[in-house]
Design a protein around this ligand. Structure first.
Ligand code: UD1
Ligand code: UDP
Length: 377
């Protein structure tokens, strides 16, 4: 029996870990699965746990309003030793690039008697401050990792270039596509009446065309988010028939500015963060998506939705190459220009909305489970 410990804390980690946890839980004769949430996020994490019906064994309940990187890092490292002692995991799983992932990796190294498995390994910009602090979180986590589960060829190559031997890297696709496919199936098997998507079905029922927007990155705090909001306000004047739907991230550095600058514009619908199934529904019906999110860049190409990227850098080059993602940064004029082109030129729009899926076929979780199963304890 292999004892597994999953440690995560934010919305995107939970979405991307959920299908993997479910896959391991299908095989209780080989795997004992324990789940620890730091609750670096609270409401936004709980939404995901509810939707995927995941019950944590340990809830560290650490989120504080407007927490800092310093306070969060020290709170997590203080709390994790007791979890390692209680579970004594053979394998510890962390995901991606958050402070939870990096600190849990460090704690697993201090504990010593466990192998660290990094899901979504090898993504890089090699720009220390973009995304901040995620690029360095990823690099530190890679140093600590024993088994690297890389989503794509490009992420594998980054790890190899950094001197990690091929026999410790497995290329899997991204588990977000597993989560997305599972969720699209659930939406398809229902007519929208009984599920949690009822509210968004009603919200969008009388809207012909809308643009979906998300933003939350630290690099965009201050000037960046103001410039994004100004671009959206200008676009509502140029295109009065188009609506903007914005599920506003709960980080006060984003939320306060967005409500202040966009709260009184009747063509903009500001709504709370949506549970995963509602957000997938909103993506699937949107005309374009404007985002600085990592996960949304991976999901949108699978849905054939053009994305205008509100960041200077991306660790997801496949999304840019697939053509569905175009970079605008948080540059007001560039955002206005790119959105206008996509609205006015339908041939251009069609050429970008071809469905391409560089992030996998929905079987990443199965591959990871098979690999762990094949290992000697
Ligand atoms: C975090 C991650 C980021 C990830 C993002 C996904 C770090 C340093 N940042 O950024 O990598 O892309 O999550 O969304 O790991 N808040 C709530 N309720 C919630 C969640 C957040 O009120 O459910 C508010 C709190 O005031 C909290 C603040 O948002 O202090 C910031 O949360 P934090 O996790 O530190 O940063 P994010 O910007 O959410
Ligand atoms: N998402 C969600 N509800 C929302 C906005 C986003 O469920 O209101 C999902 C989205 O589909 C993606 C993930 O959250 O899977 C992305 O999270 P976020 O943008 O917060 O973090 P990042 O991916 O940038 O780390």
């Amino acid at each position: 029996m292999k004892r597994l410990l999953f440690i995560f804390g934010t919305r995107p980690e939970a979405i991307k870990m959920a299908p993997l946890i479910k896959e391991f839980q299908k095989d209780p004769s080989h795997f004992e699965v324990k789940i620890c949430i730091t609750a670096q996020h609270r409401e936004m994490l709980d939404q995901v746990l509810d939707f995927f019906d995941i019950e944590p064994d340990f809830d560290l309940n650490l989120m504080k309003k407007n927490q800092t990187l310093y306070s969060l890092t020290s709170a997590i490292i203080q709390e994790l030793p007791k979890v390692f002692d209680a579970v004594q995991p053979h394998y510890t799983f962390v995901h991606g690039d958050t402070t939870t992932s990096m600190v849990a990796g460090l704690a697993s190294f201090y504990y010593k008697k466990t192998k660290l498995c990094h899901i979504e390994a090898g993504l890089r910009t090699y720009n220390k401050y973009s995304p901040y602090p995620e690029e360095i979180n990823r690099q530190i986590t890679s140093l600590l990792t024993d088994l690297h589960y890389a989503p794509t060829k490009a992420s594998t190559q980054n790890l190899v270039k950094e001197g990690i031997s091929n026999d410790r890297i497995v290329i899997t696709g991204n588990t977000v596509i597993d989560a997305l496919f599972l969720t699209l199936e659930t939406i398809k098997s229902d007519d929208g009446k009984n599920l949690d998507i009822k509210e968004v079905v009603e919200l969008t029922a009388n809207i012909n065309n809308y643009i979906l927007v998300t933003a939350h990155r630290r690099e965009n705090f201050g000037e960046g988010i103001r410039s994004i909001c100004e671009a959206i306000n200008t676009l509502t004047k140029s295109f009065p028939d188009i609506r903007f739907i914005i599920p506003v991230h709960l980080n006060p550095n984003i939320k306060n500015v967005v409500y202040q600058l966009l709260g009184n514009n009747k063509n903009i619908l500001l709504i709370p963060p949506q549970d995963y199934i509602s957000f997938v529904y909103l993506m699937s019906k949107a005309y374009i998506i404007l985002t600085d999110s990592g996960g949304v860049q991976e999901e949108a190409p699978s849905l054939g939705k053009p994305v205008i990227l509100l960041r200077d850098t991306t660790e997801r080059p496949e999304a840019l190459e697939s053509g569905t993602v175009i970079k605008a940064s948080a540059n007001k004029d560039k955002i206005i220009q790119l959105v206008s082109e996509l609205i006015e030129d339908s041939d251009y729009y069609q050429s970008l909305s071809q469905i391409k899926n560089p992030y996998g076929d929905g079987t990443a979780s199965k591959r990871i489970v098979q690999h762990i199963k094949s290992l000697n304890q």
